[in-house]
Design a protein around this ligand. Sequence first.
Ligand SMILES: [Mn+2]
Length: 397
Amino acid sequence: MAVFIHTSDWHIGNSFVHFDPDAGKRLNRARLTAVESIFVYARQKKIPLILCAGDAVDNGQLAPEKNLLDLFAVIKRYPEINVILITGNHDPLMANNVYLRAAESNYPPNLHLVKKTEIIPLEPLNLAIYAASTLEKNGTQNPLHWIDAREMDKSKINIGLAHGGIKNDKFAGACFPIEPDFAKEKNLDYLALGDWHSYVKINHRTYYCGVPEPLQFGDDGYPLQVTIEKPGDIPKIEKITGVSQYTWTEQQVEMTDSRFPGFKEMLGTVGEKEIKKLTVTGFLAAENYKTYKELLHLNRNRYYRIEDRVSIVPGADDLTGVGDGHTKAVVRRLLELKESGAPLPAEILSGVLPADQFSIEPPADSVKNEIIDCALMKLYKHFSTAGHGPDKRYSNE
Ligand SMILES: [Mn+2]
């Protein structure tokens, strides 16, 4: 039986251009901590092998040597774990690459950097690793194209290790294209891929693990624990959780005056290791809007970004100004209804309530007004471009 960990895209030393330099340093320290967590896990589970499918270092040509030495220091702390590392499109083995700049004597004895293409036998595990490093930033060829399926030893567990994009209808122009059925065609028991930043199962034998630590919103990767009982068996894949340090979240809030108290409480509760993007849409009464703007200003540093698309609830003049003849008539009728104090007419209620609840009591005045306001806001938002921008009365943008 062979057990190993498949990981990729560590991107040590990522530039994090949208963050201030201190935050960028923290995020990069977190990347290294996430990588070390993989080694901690491997030691605990006595897993002897980690395969890294490229982009371990961000921007290999410009990366300071320290980035690589920091990574080497982690690898050296776990001498019982063998690491096989290929390069990807962000750290290809071109002239002046940091892997080539670093002195040979600095390399951890348990690290095997694939320099070009290699078949690496690992006898104790009955494994053969077919691996290829990228030598340039772009390529139109599958990095493992050279594998000869006829010459493969089927008494071994054969693993492919490559960095590239799956070539299918959706991604026809993939860089370093890899055919979806490549593992099957080449008799590989497992194909460990890097490049995509989220976990994706292509088929029973082909996986992207994604980043162990997110680089941006939407990244959803996990180091994978791969277990293969014997040659030819379907690999068992387990996501290793608890490795990533920061969570990147995007939240959307549709604002109303009744939701405003809850929003106020929520706004200050961003976790220390949370990168959060907030988008707020909707309308607020003028008195709430002013507090809302102040709160956004006070809390803006807690957020990666706050996208503010809230407007002040439009007044009667604003409302009667939107739409054409028919819309204007509907708006006028709704405004009259709100001011009149009369109950909602049955024909409106029957449009709102389920058919079996016709006999229900007419709603209280406050609920009635909420229904009318909701309808008015929807009409206003639909017909007025002003409903999509910040209100000029309080905005200094
Ligand atoms: Mn990458």
